[in-house]
Write a protein that binds this ligand. Sequence first.
Ligand code: ZN
Length: 536
Amino acid sequence: MRNFIAAAAAALLAFPASAQSPPPPKLLVVISVDQFSADLFDEYRPQFTGGLARLASGTVFRNGYESHANTDTCPGHSTILTGDHPARTGIIGNTWVDQSLRRPDKVVYCSDDPQAPGSSHSEYRVSAIQLRVPTLGDLLKARSPESRNVAVAGKDRAAVMMSGHRADQRWYWNGKQFTSDLVGVRPPPSVAGANAAVARLIATPAPGLQPPPFCSAKAQPIPVQGHAPVGAGTLARAAGDEDSFEASPEFDGGVLALAAGLVRDMHLGQGSAPDVLSVGLSATDYVGHRYGTEGQEMCLNLLELDREIGDFLTYLDGTGVDYAVALTADHGGQDLPERLRLHGVPDAQRVDPALAARAVGSSIGAKLGLSGPVLFGDVSGDIYIDHSLSSADRARALQEAVRSYRSHPQVAAVFTHDEIAHTPMPTTSPDKWSLIERVRASFDAQRSGDFVVVLKEHVTPIGHVTRSVATHGSPWDYDRRVPILFWRPGFRGATVQVPADTVDIMPTLAALIELPLAPGSVDGHCLDGTPATCSH
Ligand code: ZN
């Protein structure tokens, strides 16, 4: 009987999207879980009982896409609240090369102001200056200046890309504490409180988590050359170990606690116009890089994440604020090749270090009689030709580099700047995009490389392991496919198989708060079947 009453109550609360809609929510909470692939979401969904289970009772696009090729953190976060692909946001990577820079370091970090005196891509002044488009929060504040645009994240680039140019408060972890790039903004009291609490946490050893059977079944140590075995850890941490803290759910707990504190201090959702709170949860990414995605460590992390998001939503419930939540990821991820091979992916392998731009550039230089590095870049993605070479030598270097990369058995494709520039932006569903269309969505004529190298599927772009054992960043679907969830109290949605794109999140949320967007002003479109009423 109790179940029947609960079901009847839920049915009364539920409202179909086509019927009379309730007024717009007063607070939009947008959560990005770094490296939370759709593969992980699908695998763990039956285990979730907390916040992720609650959000999954809304609308779930289980085939969401960070549809562009360069599936790194900064480009991914730049799509979520701008509604635009990196080709429009300008955020083509976490870093790119700008040989015209006056500073000695020609590498630009995506949240870096390269004009800042004495800066480099690793010692940078945090800024949104590289983001070429406004965010939802920026547009909302243009309409209603009393709206607050607030972000808190484990990484500066997550907070910057989701809040954009007109943030009221923006806090991120700098490795030691939560800090902000906004000048002249008074920290709400919860910032000092969160910093003190996290400092106490880091100073205290963590004994590790007790794995439930679902997780302990994954506890198999995987040998990795040059690295300690991974797979059977419990996320234990010695006192003062900041790196291990970041690769533990305690880190996300700290970010969510600060997010709750900002809701309280700033009375978010209680003003005359809607507010936006962006939350970037980074621990899953650090766990994925450090231990891979299919071991006991990720299992323990995701079950804790579920619980922590649940606690955060319970806190929001208690404020009485009318809020709505969207949750997604900045990219997916792939497990380490050593374990993938055991799990039936025989072609999983590490990249040949000879593919590094520096190594290829050096051999091209020797062959063509060119001095200097010839090429700048990584083992894949955007590669740049040294602009100090004559134009004739640059043309020879390009031809030779493309030939050399294309002849390597680990390389799937090489596309030149011109080939990409002449490819129209794809307009079909992101699951149908060709490789060059994915690369096109990551392309910025000014910032992109002279050519782009795409590694074959299951080639991990980490050759010799020093720190990370696994990563993301490829145009393959394990890195592109992410869950996209929309939830609002009283709204009951469904699981949708039809693909969606993370650029659709912003126009969907804009519709939900009745913020008009100029036609064609964003790449994405409002998603039907969500708490928003789309006016197509
Ligand atoms: Zn990321």
